[in-house]
Design a protein around this ligand. Structure first.
Ligand SMILES: [Zn+2]
Length: 169
């Protein structure tokens, strides 16, 4: 059994250790206003939902307030297609709080890219070269040399053991 050791140099204290709440970037809101189109054209919009518009009886143009869905560039494309003028787009992004069941770990770390031996064909290859596959219920490895499944026996070192090696406990 090979032991894949933790790279001691890679161990870093996690500033968010123990936390179960995280702030992540949420949805983007896009508010749009523009002028200069006939009301009929507004029906052709796909990524833009009109909230309100008011017409100008003298010019036949309308002033529109709307909400956009999708990417900025796509929204601009649609506005250009209907020849909108005086376009203003304001995008804001929500911050969402995500709750995690498991608290954030105390440490971040990486494993060494140790060589391990395939017990089927005897080839020694770096751990990261081993092919990992998933079917519905379990994951398994494939030897890139002989295509055997689960032909490598290795374990990952626990962080508590790595900290002992480092003399950091
Ligand atoms: Zn093999």
């Amino acid at each position: 059994m090979n032991l894949i050791k933790i790279d001691l140099k890679s161990i870093k204290k996690n500033p968010d250790a123990g936390q179960t709440m995280f702030q992540v970037a949420g949805r983007v809101h896009t508010e749009i206003s523009f002028r200069g189109v006939t009301p009929q054209k507004l029906d052709k919009l796909d990524k833009i939902k009109v909230v309100s518009y008011s017409g100008n009886s003298r010019t036949g143009e309308v002033e529109v307030k709307a909400i956009g869905y999708g990417e900025y560039d796509d929204i601009m494309d649609e506005l250009h297609k209907i020849k909108a003028k005086n376009i203003e787009i304001v995008q804001t992004r929500d911050v969402e709080t995500v709750h995690s069941i498991t608290p954030a770990p105390k440490y971040h770390f990486k494993y060494l890219n140790t060589k391990v031996e395939c017990f089927e064909c005897g080839v020694k290859i770096r751990r990261e070269k081993i092919i990992e596959e998933d079917d519905c219920c379990r994951s398994y490895t494939i030897c890139p040399n002989c295509r055997e499944h689960d032909s490598f026996h290795f374990e990952f070192e626990r962080i508590s053991d790595a900290l002992k090696r480092k003399g950091d406990v």
